[in-house]
Design a protein. Structure first.
Length: 319
């Protein structure tokens, strides 16, 4: 076998993925994991896929691809107020993928497993004639009845977000050579998002979603489930110094671009400031950017004079 040929499936598993496996994975010798959730907790599960050339650039470092794959799934747990436990992983790679790609990919997973306290529980490896295709199913847990849903916002609730908005979309523009990034901040935010785990959302948030498809698009999801509208004040949307340096022409991309993986939340009026103070104590800033409104299911953006702004790009659609 040539040195750059795809190693056998079991060789890949043994060299690169078995060291990541937790006790419930049964040393990756069986087709399923066996584990018990923490006593008195409910399981929360989510799945996301990433395809080379669609969700990341084909020449992006494998370690960073692995970290992004795990982190975007952890972000789904964060939006529901869940604690991560473990994950299932499927890797489909073209025949001829060099062994060092798998080694680097596993190293990225190992780094984030240590950071976020999760373990590999199992999965599958296959070859494919197409691009690298990755899928990860994350498993977490919450106290019974406390999982935060997308459904639940009400007119009068305020719209709050964590962190800064737009860095992911601008980081993609940097990756495509459309925007300069002297500090490297935007590219880093696109490649390695920060899941906002561990925030005290239960009891303070009526609905939440992570910003994966764009602030306006994802807010629209909350509106549709609530049967109401929302108004965003563009001047309140928190931008990083790097995003501000890009200039005002990039504001629509910040509002409509995806890959931020910040949390977008509906918070009853009067509760946001206390939640923001608690999150600030954990090193995560929160900003009020608008409110949910009576009437049509639509997201409106207004300027500093509270006059409607035309925004052509509201977000990413998968189909």
């Amino acid at each position: 076998m040539p040195s750059d040929a795809l190693p056998s499936e079991f060789g890949i598993i043994g060299r690169h993925f078995r060291p990541l496996a937790g006790p419930g994975a049964l040393d990756l010798e069986d087709d399923a994991a066996v584990f018990a959730p923490p006593p008195g907790r409910e399981l929360v599960m989510a799945a996301d896929a990433m395809v080379a050339g669609v969700h990341y650039l084909p020449d992006d470092p494998a370690a960073g691809v692995a970290r992004k794959l795990l982190r975007v799934n952890l972000s789904d747990l964060a939006a529901m107020g869940a604690v991560p436990l473990g994950y299932l992983l499927t890797v489909s790679a073209p025949t001829g993928t060099p062994d060092h790609w798998f080694a680097d990919f596993a190293a990225g997973l190992a780094a984030d497993q240590a950071e976020f306290g999760v373990m590999l529980l199992g999965g599958d490896t296959t070859s494919t004639p197409g691009p690298v295709t990755l899928s990860l199913t994350i498993i977490g847990h919450v106290a019974p009845g406390t999982a935060i849903r997308r459904r639940g916002a009400k007119p009068g609730d305020e719209v709050w977000v964590t962190g800064t908005i737009g860095d992911g979309a601008l980081g993609l523009a940097v990756s495509l050579g459309k925007l300069a990034d002297p500090t490297g901040h935007l590219r880093q935010r696109y490649c390695v998002p920060n899941p906002r785990l561990g925030l005290p959302l239960a009891g303070a948030v009526t609905a939440a979603i992570d910003v994966s498809d764009g602030l306006l698009q994802d807010l629209g999801h909350l509106c549709r489930l609530a049967g109401c509208g929302a108004e965003i004040e563009a001047a309140r949307v928190p931008l990083s110094e790097a995003a501000r340096a890009a200039g005002p022409d990039w504001l629509p991309q910040c509002l409509g671009g995806g890959d931020d993986y910040e949390l977008l939340m509906a918070v009853p009026a009067g509760k946001g400031e206390a939640l923001a103070a608690a999150c600030a104590g954990l090193g995560v800033p929160l900003t009020r950017v608008g409110r949910f409104t009576e009437g049509a299911v639509a997201v409106t953006v207004v300027d500093e004079a509270l006059q409607p702004m035309a925004v052509s790009h509201h977000g990413w659609s998968h189909f």
